[in-house]
Every structure is written in structure tokens, then in C-alpha cells.
Design a protein around this ligand. Structure first.
Ligand code: 2AM
Ligand code: CA
Length: 268
């Protein structure tokens, strides 16, 4: 087995274990703490990260670990994880949440897994090998691994986009609102789900033609960005320059639309 295949299977196992924690506790009572800046963390985010940390330390002690709740070391080769992406959805019992796991080398993802346990969808990619979706059946058994591809929409006025608000960074709001106004005047529609990992996987699957957000963190997008790229998307910063997991802005779309969309963003 190739080394990256091995790391992918480790990431899938970790995502399933973490996803089980998220699913099991979804309807239960849990502790909600204030992180400041109108952000929150639950005892389930923490339990999921603890599990991921322990598992990765045990099976890949040679690899660094960097998670949203405990941080760590992102340099060199590192697991970059969001133990619960979509915490506010989770707290409000909305099923758009999941666990996001990326293996990164020098700030670029090379393996990515995102699992949405209530939707029964697990997305995965290895750099250079395409992107895949595996679904759960009614008995929670994973079936039907299928290759996923981005959309082929070419017309801006047909374009269906996802975005996220710069919720915790209010200094970004003014520019974002004028950008959003310009986008809304040009595209077919814009949706906002509250989980960057979900948005990115939906662009990878061709549901959305593109996604953009400012003020993101590495754990929000590392795995989803690789999955989108491997599904054929172009991933960049908003000026078209190469993206990495420390770029706070991500701009993802099918390649036919990318330059046209960048033009709309730069003409605000
Ligand atoms: P989280 O649930 O892991 O914190 C980018 O939008 C990320 O910010 C989302 O994936 C989500 O990650 C978090 N987020 C989204 N909307 C938010 C909001 N209104 N307040 C705080 N965090 C939010
Ligand atoms: Ca999170």
C-alpha cells in the first residue's frame, strides 16, 4: 500500500470514530461554552478533538497535530483537524455539520477526509488521485464509493454559489457586504450553510458552482479545499494567487467560471 493510501485509511477511521461521537450526542444535552467574539465551543467539539489527538498520536506519532480546540504544530507534515465544523448548526440541531481531517505538508493538503454523520456522506481525496464520496445506507454501512466532479456551468448568470459571512471578524464585514451585493447582482443565487467544509464538499460534488469566504482558519478548509481541487475545481486566493491553508480567503469554483468570477469580485 502506498504511504498516502495508508494515511487516507487512517484519516477515514478517525473521521468515522469522531463522526460517531457527533452523531451519538446530537440530540443530547451537552455543555456550551463561550469562546469570546460571539463564538462558542461545546463539550462535543472537545471530546471529538481529544479522540482525534489520541488516535493520531498512537498510530502516526511521527506526524504533527494541529486542531481547532488545542492548536499544536502545523509545520512540516501535520494532521490539520476541525473536530466539529458547524458548531452553531449542531447546537441548533441542524444536520449540516461534520468532522474535517487533512494531512498537510508544508501548508498544502495532500490527504483530505470530511464526514457528515447525519447526512451519511464521507468525502475523501488524495493529492493527484481524484475525489470520492462514500454514502451510508439505512444500516449505517458505507456503500457506493463514487468519483465526484465539479460542475460545468459556464454562464455567470446561471452560477449557484455558496459563501460564509465573516462572522467573528467584523472588520471584514463592510468590504464583504459590498462584494456580496455585486455578486448578487450578477449570479443566479447565493446560499450560506454555516459550515465551510460542507460548502467546499458541495462545490466538489457539483451542487454549487463555487464558494468563497474571508477570515477562514486552516482547519475550516484544508480537507475540503483538497477535495474540491481533486474534483476539478480551481482553488485560489481572491486575486487568483495560489492558496495555502494559511490564506484567510479562499475562492473555489469550477475552472470555466474562475476567471469570470474573479473579475466580478475585483470590480466591486
Ligand atoms: P466551526 O463550526 O468549526 O466554528 C467558517 O465560516 C467557519 O466558521 C464555519 O465552518 C464554522 O466553523 C464557523 N462559523 C460559521 N458561522 C459562524 C457564526 N455565525 N459564528 C461563529 N462561527 C461560525
Ligand atoms: Ca470547529
Amino acid at each position: 500500500m502506498e504511504q498516502l493510501d495508508l494515511y487516507l485509511s487512517i484519516a477515514i477511521k478517525a473521521a468515522k470514530m469522531s463522526g460517531d461521537i457527533l452523531k451519538r450526542n446530537f440530540k443530547k444535552q451537552f455543555i456550551i461554552e463561550d469562546k469570546g467574539n460571539r463564538d462558542i465551543v461545546t463539550s462535543i467539539d472537545k471530546a471529538s478533538e481529544e479522540l482525534l489527538y489520541r488516535y493520531f498520536q498512537k498510530v502516526t506519532p511521527e506526524i504533527n497535530f494541529y486542531g481547532e480546540e488545542t492548536l499544536g504544530n502545523i509545520e512540516g507534515i501535520s494532521w490539520v483537524v476541525d473536530p466539529l465544523d458547524g458548531t452553531k448548526n449542531y447546537v441548533h440541531r441542524i444536520p449540516y455539520f461534520g468532522v474535517s481531517i487533512a494531512l498537510c505538508e508544508d501548508l498544502l493538503p495532500i490527504v483530505g477526509v470530511v464526514y457528515f454523520p447525519l447526512l451519511g456522506e464521507l468525502y475523501m481525496a488524495i493529492k493527484g488521485n481524484g475525489a470520492f464520496l462514500v454514502k451510508n445506507n439505512e444500516k449505517s454501512i458505507f456503500v457506493k464509493k463514487q468519483r465526484i466532479l465539479c460542475s460545468s456551468t459556464e454562464r455567470i448568470d446561471h452560477c449557484f454559489l455558496a459563501t460564509g459571512f465573516p462572522h467573528s471578524k467584523s472588520q471584514l464585514l463592510g468590504d464583504y457586504m459590498s462584494e456580496l451585493e455585486n455578486v448578487l447582482k450578477n449570479v443566479s443565487a447565493v446560499r450560506r450553510f454555516g459550515s465551510a467544509a460542507y460548502d467546499l464538499c458541495q462545490v466538489a460534488k457539483g451542487t454549487f458552482d463555487g464558494f468563497w469566504e474571508h477570515g477562514l482558519e486552516s482547519w475550516d478548509m484544508a480537507a475540503g479545499a483538497l477535495i474540491a481541487e481533486e474534483a476539478g475545481c480551481t482553488v485560489s486566493k481572491s486575486d487568483g494567487a495560489p492558496w495555502n491553508i494559511k490564506s484567510p480567503t479562499i475562492f473555489v469554483s469550477n475552472p470555466k467560471l474562475h476567471t469570470k468570477l474573479l473579475d466580478i469580485f475585483s470590480s466591486k
